[in-house]
Design a binder for this molecule. Sequence first.
Ligand code: NAI
Length: 475
Amino acid sequence: MDFKVADLALADFGRREIQLAEHEMPGLMAIRREYAEARPLTGAKIMGSLHMTIQTAVLIETLVALGADVRWVSCNIFSTQDHAAAAVVVGPEGTVDAPKGVPVFAWKGETLEEYWWCTEQALTWPGGGGPNMILDDGGDATLLVHKGAEYEKAGAVPSASEEDAEEWKIILDLLHRTVGPEGRWTAVAKEIKGVTEETTTGVHRLYEMFKSGSLLFPAINVNDSVTKSKFDNKYGCRHSVIDGLNRATDVLIGGKVAVICGYGDVGKGCADALRGQGARVIVTEIDPICALQAAMDGFQVTTLEDVVGIADIFVTTTGNFDIITADHMSRMKHNAIVSNIGHFDNEIDMAGLARIPGIVKTEIKPQVHTWTFPDGHSIIVLAEGRLMNLGCATGHPSFVMSNSFTNQVIAQIELFTKTEQYPIGVYVLPKHLDEKVARLHLDALGVKLTTLTKAQAEYIGVAPEGPYKPDHYRY
Ligand code: NAI
């Protein structure tokens, strides 16, 4: 088996944590039981690009239990948990000397070159060919296949220009080496029945591709299942934003001034968490509805410019770029903490920071750096501007990821087994499946649901067994 991880000797530790996680992931375990005989993913060749954590290990082994042949990478250079990666490679039945699990290409602290090399490896099946399904988080695997096919059609890969971002130059270099007259990526794209996308940023890319007519296969937007974005993005970040801050810096949060940029699902979770720790939380927003929500939730809402010099902790949650600029950072208090929990690292202008003449970067420990300005004051940047809950801590806990990943598995089954029902487009799972995911998590929390009477169901115009809300309901 081909694979590349940091250290297979970590597999036992990983396996013990996977066993604990399985107990906390009732949705995934219920799906394993439900489909144990039918194995609906038999024949599926799934390439996954999603943070290689313990929770993801339970997802991967669920896909395998349902019959799939899987290859995996992380979707971020800092988010791999090396013991999880090792345990997945070794597999529940293998040993370090004779691994029997799933090929994983991921380790904590990849370079960007290594990251894209890993992505290419996971998209390449032994003996040739590629996957017939993608499970993506942020859309990088989907992007590589699409760009490769696009340049094969055009007959050439463009040359990188000086102004291009470092990462784009690396992608172009990879494509220069792999795009060929034989149409490697075109062939890969043709085999792919569909992609299921995990996060807001990846979903945004998919809708853009669909709008421009460049999307090559159907996609299920897992993010916008209610049991994903209203749980993982919100309650997951409510947990892991504090974990990231604590493990990175261990500053007392109570009494500090924290600025949360963006008050979408992630921002709501982060603002709630920091308030829970006793911080005075200030929110920035561009959307009047979210700004009004933040105000009604009791937060001061203002612009970053107004508070950049008084805040102690900054967290970007927008999925947008250039939220905190180098100029903002130069005006911050001494040892202000600057972090991002959005998908990509362009929310904070790290390149601009590095270009400030005379600035000095000092590593406190991996993924925690001070940047000292020529006037002597410093700021603390977490995870080099990449998502801090996975870079500095271990991301969301198992229970919330069970909701997200149960949606992922159901979406994979949908696209793989009912391909003809999904012409090229971007879809969300039907509401009865969203409700099913929630239902699978109630018992573990001791939740007792009220059952509608037939008359009550008729009165509010729903079936007693659901769905209970129209598609436009917002929760
Ligand atoms: P969302 O769309 O619900 O929220 C983003 C908010 O930012 C919106 O309300 C938008 O109006 C606001 N915004 C946009 N530009 C802004 C600006 N210049 N200044 C202030 N506010 C601005 O998106 P969601 O679901 O909250 O996701 C945000 C990001 O977090 C995405 O990149 C997503 O992929 C990522 N994500 C990260 C997770 C993690 O574990 N680190 C988990 C889930 C999502």
